[in-house]
Ligand binder design. Structure first.
Ligand code: 5GP
Length: 179
């Protein structure tokens, strides 16, 4: 089925049922890994808002949830490698275990930028949890990348938080651009 978003057409890549199952698996993995700690879940807006909501609902332990806002695609369909810092963390993260929750790691530049920025504030640890990873697009290796929902090809996707020109974030599944 074709789904129009803006001037582009998309088709289903990952149905929501599959996302739900995978998110629950990631939540269990995080619960096990952080059994004796209280991590701070840091959502990277806007794209991660649905993912982090489902993820924290599935984690059966208390966590803190907070957000930063970064932008890097600026309405296009490929990475500009320029990062705009819209808003920062408001809590003290010194000595805390951070889990950065991202919608997608593409070139890795956004995540690298954020990790370097947060490291200066001396958290106890940083781990990255991303719903999607495009292994063929990675330019900067992120050693903190510990939890990956799905690996996908190097193609443009929308849905479940991800947008095309701010549209399509509310689609429940992940949709890929039709070529
Ligand atoms: P990176 O810095 O890793 O190249 O890009 C990360 C950011 O680019 C993501 O947080 C997301 O906002 C955006 N991005 C990367 N790939 C896609 C994609 O396929 N679709 C959408 N909508 N955004 C993407």
């Amino acid at each position: 089925m074709k789904i129009p978003v803006g001037d582009l057409e998309f088709e289903l890549l990952i149905p929501y049922a599959q996302i739900e199952t995978r998110v629950k698996e990631l939540a269990k993995q995080i619960e096990t890994d952080y059994a004796d700690r209280k991590p701070v879940m840091v959502g990277i807006l806007t794209g991660s808002f649905l993912f982090i909501a489902d993820l924290v609902k599935s984690i059966e332990m208390t966590t803190e949830v907070t957000f930063v806002k970064l932008a890097s695609y600026f309405g296009g369909t490929s990475s500009t490698r320029q990062i705009r810092d819209d808003f920062d963390l408001t809590i003290d993260i010194k000595g805390r275990d951070l889990i950065l929750v991202e919608d997608i790691v593409d070139t890795g530049n956004t995540m690298h930028y954020l990790i370097e920025k947060l490291k200066v504030r001396q958290p106890a640890s940083i781990a990255v949890c991303t719903l999607l990873l495009k292994p063929e697009a990675v330019e900067v290796n992120i050693k903190e990348l510990k939890y990956v929902g799905f690996e996908i090809k190097n193609e443009f996707v929308v849905g479940y938080g991800l947008d095309y020109r701010e549209e399509g974030r509310n689609l429940l599944g992940i949709y890929r651009r039709r070529s």
